[in-house]
Design a protein around this ligand. Structure first.
Ligand SMILES: C[S@@+](CC[C@H](N)C(=O)[O-])C[C@H]1O[C@@H](n2cnc3c(N)ncnc32)[C@H](O)[C@@H]1O
Ligand SMILES: Nc1nc2[nH]cc(C(=O)O)c2c(=O)[nH]1
Ligand code: SF4
Ligand SMILES: [Mg+2]
Length: 236
């Protein structure tokens, strides 16, 4: 059984290497991290425990079809940390049989073999502002174990200058993996006035900081497109 917190879409992938792509989302419950600025803390802080459904792969697939009949060919699995869940192998198998592309978002702490079957794997190690002290040895192991994935990318969320230094550590450690820097969203409460102006000014700050830093060459600098549009609303 897969612990599912929400299934939604179609929407756009708002982050990373496939930003803008039309996709469905399956969000699993539970995380091994507790990032201070987690925009999905409801997956692990107990506040939406009553909404967690234990579903089979077939039930998840039926729900996706109910939400978007004949209107999706791409599913993004996020969380929480979906990589904690061994039983996602059944969903990955089922989606592949149906010729549906699969993307996964994870922080790179825990590996299961089904990860090697996904099409787009986003690995998002954490900078110090998260309060997490991510093990580089564990991340090395994860990176080594996922070499067979069709497309992999690294995505580091940045809130301040110290985080930029941490992003550089990850970029230098894995120079051959496409590298994305994403501006942090401090507005975890969905209704904030002028969130767009503020988020865009933070994005501008990040572009200026990284563009003028010759230690970064092969880098993509991105906002969270969906939070510019909809702030930190759930199910978008
Ligand atoms: C909610 S996490 C779920 C997947 C996995 N646990 C992870 O962290 O990669 C999905 C992505 O959102 C990013 N994220 C979380 N909170 C954020 C925030 N406040 N601002 C910007 N990005 C954030 C994470 O770093 C990660 O790249
Ligand atoms: N539109 C949209 N794009 C996203 N990209 C990554 C997300 C996530 O929470 O993992 C996310 C999300 O929650 N919504
Ligand atoms: S690893 Fe991802 S889901 Fe877990 S607390 Fe951090 S941002 Fe949130
Ligand atoms: Mg999100």
């Amino acid at each position: 059984m897969i612990p599912v917190l929400e299934i939604f879409g179609p929407t756009i992938q708002g982050e990373g290497a496939v930003i803008g792509k039309k996709t469905m989302f399956v969000r699993t419950a539970g995380c091994d991290f507790r990032c201070s600025w987690c925009d999905s803390s409801f997956t692990w802080d107990g506040s939406q425990k009553h909404l967690i459904q234990r579903m089979t792969a077939e039930e998840v697939y039926n729900e996706l079809n109910k939400l978007a009949p004949n209107n999706f060919n791409h599913v993004t699995i996020s969380g929480g940390n979906p990589a904690l869940i061994k039983s996602l192998d059944s969903l990955v198998r089922l989606l592949k049989i149906q010729h549906i592309e699969i993307a996964v978002e994870t922080q790179g702490t825990v590996f299961h073999s089904w990860l090697n079957e996904v099409d787009d794997l986003t690995i998002s190690p954490k900078p110090r502002s998260s309060g997490m002290n991510q093990s580089l040895e564990q991340l090395d192991q994860f990176i080594n174990s996922t070499k067979a994935v069709k497309r992999r990318s690294l995505k580091v969320v940045v809130f301040d200058e110290d985080d930029i230094e941490d992003a550089l550590i990850y970029h230098k450690r894995y120079p051959d993996i496409p590298f994305y820097i994403q501006v942090g969203n401090p507005f975890l409460n969905e209704s904030v006035e002028n969130h767009r102006d503020y988020l865009l000014s933070r994005y501008e700050w990040l572009i200026e900081s990284v563009m003028n830093d010759e230690r970064f060459l092969n880098v993509h600098i991105l906002p969270q497109l969906h939070t510019i549009l909809w702030s930190n609303k759930q199910k978008v």
